[in-house]
Design a binder for this molecule. Structure first.
Ligand code: FES
Ligand code: FES
Length: 161
């Protein structure tokens, strides 16, 4: 199997990784670059734990071949942590008891970011729809929806970086 160099930008840094033809973006981000916020949950596109942004679009890194994102701009939670909006979202998750295990939360925060980029003040139904691909086994989801609603309300009333 031919290993190929793949170049992309991750969290503002140009990176080059060696990837096998079927190697996933999850593998190169997590194992190759040490970006451990990108979790391997189901590894088959069903749980959302590996969510990242590729050129601003929400993508599941476990079913995305690394080769397919050559030349793209990728954001993981490590990169999103630098923004004021993520600080507000995380504070809201804590205040609303929306984070418990820490395993599914990074992917949810990435999905929330994607939602708020396209819809800064989503309804509860829109929040539930946007997070429908992110599985959580412990919060009953309602605190998560509360947290996103609260953060969206706060952020829509202020400028962001
Ligand atoms: S690990 Fe990618 S969707 Fe579950
Ligand atoms: S907070 Fe991770 S499974 Fe519920």
């Amino acid at each position: 199997m031919t290993v190929k160099a793949v170049q992309f930008n991750v969290n503002g840094r140009d990176e080059a990784v060696m990837a096998r033809p079927i190697e996933t973006l999850l593998s190169v981000l997590r194992d190759g670059l040490g970006l451990t916020s990108v979790k391997s949950g189901c590894a088959q596109g069903g749980c959302g734990a590996c969510s990242v942004l590729v050129d601003g679009e929400l993508r599941l890194a476990c079913i995305t071949p690394a080769e397919d994102v050559a030349g793209s701009e990728i954001l993981t939670l490590e990169g999103l942590n630098e923004t004021n909006s993520m600080a507000a979202i995380q504070e809201s998750f804590v205040a609303n008891y929306a984070a418990q295990c820490g395993f599914c939360t990074p992917g949810m925060l990435v999905a929330v970011t994607a939602l708020m980029e396209s819809n800064p003040k989503p309804s509860r139904d829109e929040i539930m729809e946007a997070l429908s691909g992110n599985i959580c086994r412990c919060t009953s989801y309602l605190p998560i929806v509360d947290a996103v609603e609260s953060a969206a309300g706060e952020l829509s009333g202020q400028g962001d970086d």
